[in-house]
Design a protein. Structure first.
Length: 265
């Protein structure tokens, strides 16, 4: 009797990076459990099933609508997987929200949402599924962080800080679990062409030509390579954003205050 294919769990998989993660993991031979807070996740699952129906082994795709912005969500998702005999070998914590806004201009509800999405839920999913992986002595956890985790600057206060927590948490988990055969990787994207940013198409084209903005396919391919090779972290694209983060760290706070007063950012 053949061994059933293990599952890859991808959060925020109804579109964008999450959907691309699901596609490339299916190409690597994994069944899929994809999760989102919108009903479009079922349509995404249907398309994935159709796309991979003619592969050598039938790819199972299970979709689940779940609001991961609630503190009960991680436990609910973990219990769902166990109740349906889904053995998660790969966990991709991709769900999140992007914004650049003053901290005090956010609503209380949004502040709670972004903290849960970027910190509490992914940390608890790592905690719950990570214990199973450690027991099996095999598993892969990829946390989608951000280059902004290195940028303690205005308008990125909440977003960058929550991503900084996830980045630091991922590094610690990488060190703790490596000896048990579990790979944990932080992928920190810069700009990705997902339509997330409100910039004119011409600037997106220029950014892609310069290698500053990458496609979702490129980002996911590099992230999964880093994960399966056992890297602790990868920044995509590496050279430009690593250099930019270094420069930003050198800017004195007084200069940032001046930029603020001048209304430049």
């Amino acid at each position: 009797m053949s061994t059933p294919k293990p599952y890859a769990l991808v959060t925020g998989a109804s579109s964008g990076l999450g959907l691309e993660f699901a596609k490339q993991l299916a190409e690597r031979g994994y069944n899929l459990l994809i999760v989102s807070n919108v009903e479009e996740i079922h349509e995404a699952a249907s398309k994935l099933k159709s796309q991979f129906s003619n592969t050598k082994y039938q790819t199972e795709v299970i979709s689940l609508v779940l609001d991961l912005g609630q503190q009960s969500s991680a436990r609910e998702l973990y219990e769902y997987a166990h109740a349906h005999d889904i053995e998660v070998e790969v966990l991709v914590n991709n769900a999140g929200v992007y914004h650049d806004r003053d901290i005090l201009d956010d609503s209380e509800g949004f502040t709670s949402l972004i903290m849960n999405l970027h910190m509490y839920t992914p940390a608890m999913l790592c905690y719950l599924f990570g214990q199973d992986m450690r027991s099996r002595r095999k598993g892969y956890i990829l946390n989608v962080c951000s280059v902004t985790s290195k940028m303690a600057a205005q308008r990125l206060g909440t977003y960058g800080s929550t991503k900084a927590f996830l980045s630091h948490f991922t590094r610690a988990l990488h060190i703790e679990l490596r000896q048990y055969g579990v790979h944990v990787t932080d992928v920190s994207p810069g700009a990705v062409d997902t339509g997330l940013y409100s910039i004119p198409p011409i600037f997106t084209k220029i950014g892609k030509c310069l290698g500053i903005i990458v496609s979702p396919q490129t980002l996911v391919r590099r992230a999964l390579r880093a994960l399966f090779w056992g890297w602790s972290k990868t920044t995509v694209p590496r050279i430009f954003w690593t250099f930019l983060c270094f420069i930003i760290l050198l800017i004195p706070t007084c200069v940032l205050r001046l930029i603020r007063r001048l209304g430049w950012f």
